[in-house]
Ligand binder design. Structure first.
Ligand code: NDP
Length: 291
């Protein structure tokens, strides 16, 4: 039997609808500042859609587009200005930054209360200590989709494949917060296939096209594929297509539920960013956080 397709696009649309409703009920409009440095085409696309959805949900989008040769000090100074700006509730610096700019230093300048990407040391520390704070967007989206599909995640064995700061590590902590038993696998893990086969919830976040084979999946498991990989199209010469970290078609015959790529985890990231902006605005301005 074919797995249930987890429709991240539809879920993200609903979530953006909730955000828009919440924004309407707030005393003032939250503002999200997005900083884009350089001309990276993928980053430009991401920033455009972030701005579009920010406005669509009734918030203010404040965009700062800067040349690739901007100095690190000038970038830090902009982030400090945004920290001090009372109209700005969330700050996002689009990564990766061009060569020569130290993204760790720039991210660390973001005030934790405006860190809607959840990437500062303070946000990571709050997450690992189980304290309230802004959580990274993509991993939050993974947990939402798993909960929407499976209900209570308590006691489920979750295997996160990948341990990056952006996805793998925070995803593992967020599934732990849901009372899952969590295993983190990575490039040095022995017998990856057997480790993955233990998973009730498998979360591949490696960036290797179609690496996870159907035989790695426990029958009936929920597969949340974070990978977004561009590969040459088999049908159209010279064109490319997006695939995940999972070999999707054969995996569908084994898994109980699975996210497609595109249309799975991807759309959740921006929706969670918008939700974080509302949460940040409410905390900072002393408003009740909408449920
Ligand atoms: P990173 O390259 O930072 O991390 C990849 C992780 O995968 C590392 O921990 C690495 O292990 C592990 N890994 C790499 N190769 C193997 C292997 N052969 N076997 C086992 N583990 C391996 O990537 P990100 O975490 O930033 O992103 C992962 C994927 O998720 C990418 O495809 C990216 O495009 C996608 N992504 C999707 C988003 C979305 O919105 N849906 C948002 C962000 C990312 P080690 O630490 O040992 O090197």
């Amino acid at each position: 039997m074919s797995a249930i397709k987890i429709d991240g696009k539809a879920y993200a649309e609903r979530l953006r609808g909730h955000v828009a409703q919440a924004v309407k009920a707030l005393p003032a409009q939250p503002g999200l500042a997005v900083v884009l440095v350089g001309e990276d085409p993928a980053s430009q696309v991401y920033v455009r859609s972030k701005a579009k959805f920010t406005v669509e949900t009734g918030m203010r989008s404040i965009e700062h587009k800067l040349p690739a040769d901007i100095s690190e000090d000038a970038l830090v100074s902009l982030v400090r200005d945004l920290n001090a700006d009372p109209e700005v509730d969330g700050i996002l610096v689009q990564l990766p930054l061009p060569k020569g700019l130290n993204s760790d230093r720039v991210i660390e300048e973001i005030h934790p209360d405006k860190d809607v990407d959840g990437l500062t040391e303070a946000s990571a520390g709050r997450l690992s200590l189980g304290k309230k704070g802004l959580r990274p967007c993509t991993p939050t989206g993974c947990v939402m989709l798993a909960k929407d599909t499976l209900g209570d995640l308590s006691g489920k064995h979750c295997v996160v494949l990948g341990r990056s700061i952006l996805v793998g590590k925070p995803a593992a902590l967020l599934f732990l917060e849901q009372n899952c038993t969590v295993t983190i696998a990575h490039s040095r893990t022995k017998d990856l296939a057997s480790v993955c086969r233990e998973a009730d919830i498998l979360v591949p976040a490696v960036g290797r096209p179609q690496m996870v084979q159907a035989e790695w999946i426990k029958p009936g498991a929920c597969v949340i594929d974070v990978g977004i990989n561009r590969v040459p199209s088999q049908r159209f010469e010279g064109k490319t297509r997006l695939v995940g970290d999972v070999d999707y078609k054969p995996a569908r015959d084994v898994a109980g539920s699975i996210t497609p790529v595109p249309g799975g985890v991807g759309p959740m990231t921006i929706a969670c960013l918008l939700r974080n902006t509302v949460i940040a605005a409410c905390h900072r301005r002393g408003w009740d956080v909408p449920s």
